[in-house]
Design a protein around this ligand. Structure first.
Ligand code: PMP
Length: 436
């Protein structure tokens, strides 16, 4: 018989430590494990009923808020009818959702959708599509990029901690990421484009399958692509036969507070392939590749079957997410609340010398901690101390970046103006731990 659920701290921790494989145990950010019992909107409650303001959104999976009633109702209704329908058979929910997603993309192209179960599966598919369609093998990614844990997605991930010690698929070169604060060429976008030319010249055959770009690097530490970079990079890639692939897994669905759902729109580029996941389902597992019809057609001869791709329950949730973003004006909310939060963080920077940089757009932001502002040496140990204290102060944030010295804040998009001051006060108190 199934055992009753054991919510005791000891029980939860011991079971996970005993029965999870090392590969799944490793990700344990806080010294004391955080056990979560429920969530609502932008808030979480732990097993002792302490309320936390969620500035991580389960790694951006929670776009419109924890346990959103409209999203849950849509998923529940579908679950009561038919929780799964294989893509061999037909169902209107995923078909409607595909139509609705295609409509979010720039007009003038014939967009089609392939649903997957996760972001990394969608990345793998995008890589394969680019290689199949162009007939070229070489892909370019950016240093500091994160595209997922699968074999293919790891091979285009430019952070050593996420690349395992195995022979990963090849034909990938990494170009320097434009990073105004700590990049090799500071804010000189033209120099990064020159470096991309050099990467292509020295590391590829000169014929490309494509280039993957996160419009705002996520795990890389909230690094927004500067104006002109994506345009210049994709021009160069297309001139060598390659496709423009944008990874909107973190930056998508209106989070950056632009005029549309997609961060690439603000850069004046139209991608050939857009990859999306996480916030698309507000916690229901789902990913998607949206691409031009001709590109997907290049792979039409063989089966490519993701068992739970186009799952009607997740797609029902996805349809509700699109509706909620619109009904609740969440893109605008990201813009206004994000701007207020940014001002508060900039104010903290005036008072805490450990903050080297504050950056962000919409509700995708970060503070970068340094030992001193001249050398910009990453303050990795101080970041651990501040991070631990943020939790005691009632916040959930994330430690990110190649040097783990960046506190990343990517809350559910329903974070409100009323949350801003308490967040800044908590962050202030957390930073004060360094003065003790
Ligand atoms: N791309 C980006 C930018 C991501 O942040 C992630 C997940 N953190 C992925 C791809 C992979 O998505 P998933 O974990 O759903 O496979």
């Amino acid at each position: 018989m199934t055992q009753p659920l054991d919510w005791s701290t000891k029980g939860v921790v011991n079971r996970r430590n005993t029965y999870y494989a090392a590969t799944q145990r490793k990700f344990q950010p806080f010294e004391k494990p955080l056990i979560l019992k429920r969530g609502r909107g932008q808030y979480l409650w732990d097993e002792e009923d302490n309320r936390l303001t969620d500035l991580l959104g389960m790694n951006l999976c929670i776009s419109v808020g924890h346990a959103h009633p409209a999203v849950n109702a849509a998923a529940r209704e579908q679950a009561d009818q038919l929780p799964h329908c294989t893509t061999m058979f037909y169902h209107p929910v995923p078909a409607h959702f595909a139509e609705e997603l295609a409509a979010t993309m720039p007009a003038g192209e014939d967009w089609v959708v392939h649903f997957t179960n996760s972001g990394s599966e969608a990345i793998d598919l995008a890589m394969m599509m680019a290689r199949s369609y162009t007939g070229n093998a070489d892909l370019i990614a950016l240093q500091g990029s994160y595209h997922g844990p699968t074999y293919g997605a790891q091979s285009v991930t430019g952070i050593d901690n996420f690349r395992h010690d195995v022979v990963l698929p090849g034909n990938v070169q990494f170009a320097p990421a434009p990073n105004a604060y700590r990049g090799a060429f500071g804010g000189d976008t033209a120099a990064y484009l020159d470096a991309l030319d050099q990467t292509i010249k020295s590391g590829t055959t000169g014929k490309l399958a494509g280039m993957l770009i996160e419009p705002v690097q996520g795990y890389g530490g909230i690094i927004p692509m500067p104006d002109g970079y994506m345009q210049g990079a994709f021009e160069r890639v297309r001139a060598r036969g390659g496709l423009a692939i944008v990874d909107e897994v973190q930056s998508g669905f209106g989070r950056i507070g632009g005029n549309t759902l997609w961060a690439f729109d603000a850069h004046g580029v139209v991608p050939d392939i857009a990859v999306m996941a996480k916030g698309i389902g507000n916690g229901y597992p789902l990913g998607a590749v949206v691409t031009k019809r001709a590109i997907a057609e290049a792979m039409a001869d063989k089966f490519l079957f993701h068992t739970y791709g186009a799952n009607p329950m997740s797609c029902a949730a996805g349809r509700a997410v699109l509706q909620v973003i619109k009904d609740e004006g969440l893109t605008e909310n990201c813009r206004t609340v994000g701007a207020a939060l940014l001002v508060g963080l900039q104010d903290l920077q005036q008072r805490h010398s450990v903050i080297g940089d504050v950056r962000g757009c919409g509700l995708m932001m970060a503070i970068e901690l340094v030992e001193d502002r001249t050398s910009k040496k990453p303050a990795t140990d101080a970041t651990v101390a501040v991070f631990e204290e943020t939790r005691r102060q009632g916040l959930v944030v994330s430690k990110s970046g190649p040097d783990r010295n960046i506190l990343r804040m990517v809350p559910p998009m329903c974070l409100s103006m009323e949350d801003v001051q308490p967040i800044i006060s908590s962050m202030d108190a957390a930073l004060a731990v360094l003065n003790k």
